[in-house]
Design a protein around this ligand. Structure first.
Ligand code: GDP
Ligand code: IMO
Ligand code: MG
Length: 428
């Protein structure tokens, strides 16, 4: 029975939310396994538009059990705000399960995220300011607060005290800020316990039972391959493993149980925040992609940096994630362009690189080597099959499929739920 992973192949915002929604009717469980409310997934269902940050997008499908597993960092205020907002729109969220081992984003970690970014000045990472990095740092430093700690006040107080020793020294002596009070922090965290308690579970065990019982489980990655803390463009990354391996460590489901890895890849490339981006455009083509693709962040509203499709990045993602299928999104955004360049390799100081260079300095200096493809003018948003696409659009898809290391099994042709061409059954 399928245990399916969905990850982003580029720098995020590829349309993972929509892809999850496409598969959701076939699945029983949807698991968010990494990241927190730094993610932003927009899903359009009929005339309704949903923006999800912390909750997995699969929560929108009736009957699915949504799970927030151990690899996630949770801002509890945001969790309840999102649940309230969905409930007010008639979405049933009562089946949500939250791992007792997931870490909690404390108010002081949000403060540290914002202050440390400000002090980095022009070297800032451009984080979402949601406390993600400092919370994962606490986890690795073994001074994190876990969901289960909220149910033992004396343990919670000891842990907050321990975490604040270093934090308050940093805030007062390095960053010149006021110290954070233990009492206030503990009081705020305890205010969530009553509502949280019925959702808390041994999610690794529940998922194991679900898979044993033949249920279909979808693991929904936040962020993307190039933002992964190990495999992305470090240090301009997020602080979790957003590649497929993270689905295993982030959920407690062993690697041997996964059957399918789907990477979502945009027909061009975008990035939010700082860091290298070889195919980035600073001209009217970049403006075109931003305007037509509505490339403004779901979480922070920042304009996304835009550029052409980068085949070495897609190939790298196929490798790192063990991709079985790509879902190519936003092909419709390219409609109207006379020609469409695709990056097929890089050149660094006169040397050609066909694959991602291992040295970040090389990647920073990489100049794209382009191959040009002819564009199309026909509106493709109503296309239902591959054969419905104009010849040039078909050729573009087939060319990037050849370059990208796995089959393209579905093609997004518009934001709507049904604006998607399915070429292969990904769950079969
Ligand atoms: P995620 O973070 O990967 O879930 O992606 P986001 O939701 O941040 O950004 C993707 C955006 O593209 C959303 O606004 C989607 O509604 C939209 N979208 C997804 N697929 C398509 C597509 O095939 N065509 C168009 N035009 N928009 C799409
Ligand atoms: P989805 O799931 C795009 C980027 C931030 C910043 C870096 C680190 O919607 O694809 P963080 O707050 O995580 O410490 O910021 O990562 N980033 C994203 N960019 N989409 C996302 O999520 C992102 N989540 C984080 O812009 O550059
Ligand atoms: Mg997003």
């Amino acid at each position: 029975m399928p245990a399916v992973v969905i990850v982003g192949a580029q720098w995020g915002d590829e349309g993972k939310g929509k892809a999850t929604d496409l598969l959701a009717e076939h699945i029983d469980y949807v698991v968010k396994f990494n990241g927190g409310n730094n993610a932003g997934h927009t899903v359009v269902i009929g005339n309704e538009k949903y923006a999800l940050h912390l909750l997995p997008s699969g929560i929108l499908t009736p009957g699915v059990v949504p799970v927030i597993s151990n690899g996630v960092v949770i801002d509890l205020a945001v969790l309840f705000q999102e649940l309230d907002a969905l409930n007010a729109r008639g979405i049933d969220t009562s089946k949500l399960r939250v791992s007792a081992n997931a870490h909690v984003i404390t108010p002081y970690n949000v403060t540290v995220d914002k202050v440390s970014e400000r002090f980095l000045g022009k070297r800032a990472i451009g984080t979402t300011g949601r406390g993600i990095g400092p919370t994962y740092a606490d986890k690795i430093n073994r001074v994190g607060i876990r969901v289960q700690d909220l149910f033992d006040e004396s343990i919670l107080r000891q842990k907050v005290e321990a975490a604040l020793v270093a934090k308050n020294n940093l805030l007062t002596k390095v960053y010149n800020r006021a110290a954070i009070k233990v009492d206030e922090t503990v009081k705020e965290l305890l205010s969530y316990t009553e509502r949280l308690k019925p959702m808390v579970a041994d999610t690794a065990l529940e998922l194991h039972h679900a898979i044993e019982a033949g249920k279909t489980v979808l693991f929904e990655g936040g962020q993307a391959t190039m933002l992964d803390v190990d495999h992305g463009t470090y240090p301009f990354v997020t602080s979790s493993n957003s590649t497929a391996g993270g689905a295993s460590t982030g959920s407690g489901v062993g690697p041997g149980l996964f059957t399918t890895v789907i990477a979502i890849v945009k027909a061009y490339t975008t990035r939010v925040g700082s860091g290298p981006f070889p195919t980035e455009l600073f001209d009217e083509d970049g403006e075109f992609l931003r305007r037509v693709g509505h490339e403004f962040g779901t979480t922070t509203g920042r304009p996304r940096r835009c550029g052409w499709y980068d085949a070495p990045i897609a190939r790298y993602s196929a490798r790192i994630n063990g991709v079985t299928d790509f879902v190519l999104t936003k092909l419709d955004v390219l409609t109207g362009l006379k020609q469409i360049p695709v990056c097929v390799a890089y050149e660094v100081d006169g040397v050609r690189f066909d694959e991602m260079p291992v040295s970040q300095s090389d990647f920073h200096h990489a100049k794209p080597v382009y191959e040009n493809f002819a564009g199309w003018d026909e509106d493709i948003t109503g296309c239902k099959t591959f054969a419905d696409l104009p010849k040039n659009a078909q050729d573009y898809v087939l060319a990037i499929e050849r370059m990208s290391g796995a089959r393209i099994s579905a093609i997004g042709v518009g934001p709507a739920r049904d604006a998607i061409i399915v070429r292969h059954d990904m769950l079969g």
